[in-house]
Write a protein that binds this ligand. Structure first.
Ligand code: PMV
Length: 343
């Protein structure tokens, strides 16, 4: 039999409010994290496959039509390290083609979107190969995505997700993320995330290296403890809709993430002068206008400006008039929370 079959998946990026920073074992987090699932930054992946008559798999990988050896190596390593879950790939030739909705040189970490899209495709291949009609098991998708990239575990549910065992959420786990949509106040379901692209360069220190610098970090235990407390605080805020408290937690988490970098051995800094300028302007804007816009940061220099839908016009003018000048090529990606998968 030499039939060519194909599968497709689209999966979004996410932005953490409580940050995952530090891990152990096979991609297990040292503290829980909570994120917004985004809607406009996503990866689309097509996989075509056919039997090759052998007993191992071959894989070709194209990103936006071009070979990307670094990413192919990452996928190969993932499939080999976790081969107990991917026995169904034996004897297949796979052609993986992936593309992002956002400019790939925008400096936006894409591993959450790309690895979860890959896993969603692999689960469809499993169904086809094993002739099963099992509906998509999102918990399994989250588990397998986590093994590829911790933050990818949070991209398989809309609205908001929690990854990491947390006492007040009984089904939460370090092994997979759980959806929070049912516990979230409506104001957060249409939250905006305008991503201010301060730099589109590759980070000088990768997230993988950053996580490992948390091992032996003198402030690590304190950080994990704070993140656990912030997780419980944020869960309450998400229910009550207390935007002021939300902003306090979001900004503290962002700054603490970067403090961990500054106090690692060796110390490093991913924020740039324009990052700091934008943070300052956001705080001034909030003070002067009372518009509840706050920032968060990923492991990089770009600023995520978070605000409720009803303030869109005011915040958009602020971005255009005061912030774009500090962005690389005036670049800003206007994203918002993915409120449901059908949109
Ligand atoms: O999933 P990783 O290994 O790329 O780590 C992500 C780390 C942060 O983006 C900084 C925080 C987070 O929780 O997403």
């Amino acid at each position: 039999m030499n039939v060519v079959s194909s599968v497709f998946a689209k999966s979004p990026s996410n932005i953490a409010i409580v940050k995952y920073w530090g891990k152990h074992g096979n991609q297990l987090p040292n503290n829980p994290s909570i994120s917004f699932t985004l809607s406009r930054c996503f990866t689309e992946t097509h996989i075509t496959f056919k039997e090759n008559g052998g007993d191992s798999y071959n894989m070709e990988f194209l990103f936006e039509g071009k070979d990307l050896p670094k990413f192919k190596e990452k996928i190969d390593k993932y499939l080999i390290d976790n081969q107990q879950y991917f026995g169904f790939l034996k004897g297949l030739d796979l052609k993986i083609e992936s593309s992002n909705s956002f400019p790939h040189s925008s400096g936006i970490a894409s591993s959450a979107a790309s690895m979860s899209a890959l896993v969603l495709c692999l689960l469809q291949i499993e169904n086809i190969v094993t002739q099963s009609v099992t509906p998509l098991d999102r918990r399994k998708a989250s588990f397998l995505s986590r093994l590829a990239s911790g933050s990818a575990s949070r991209s398989v549910y809309p609205v908001m997700t929690l990854w990491g065992a947390t006492p007040s959420v009984p089904d939460s786990s370090d092994e997979y993320a759980v959806p929070l949509a049912n516990m979230v106040h409506p104001v957060f379901k249409s939250y905006h995330d305008s991503i201010l692209i301060v730099s589109n360069k590759e980070k000088s220190v990768s997230s993988r290296a950053g996580h490992s610098l948390m091992n032996g970090h003198p402030l690590a235990e304190q950080r994990y403890q704070t993140a656990r407390q912030n997780t419980e605080r944020l869960l309450k805020v998400l229910q009550s809709g207390d935007i002021q408290e939300f902003m306090t937690i979001a900004e503290a988490e962002a700054l603490q993430l970067h403090d961990m970098m500054a106090t690692s051995t060796p110390p490093y800094r991913l924020m740039e002068p324009n990052t700091l300028k934008i943070l300052e302007l956001v705080r001034e804007f909030r003070k002067e206008t009372n518009v509840p816009a706050c920032f968060t940061l990923d492991a990089g220099p770009n600023v995520h400006l978070l605000y409720p839908d009803e303030y869109t016009t005011q915040v958009q003018s602020f971005i255009k008039d005061d912030l774009l000048q500090y962005c690389h090529d005036n670049q800003c990606i206007d994203d918002m929370v993915q409120s449901d998968w059908n949109k």
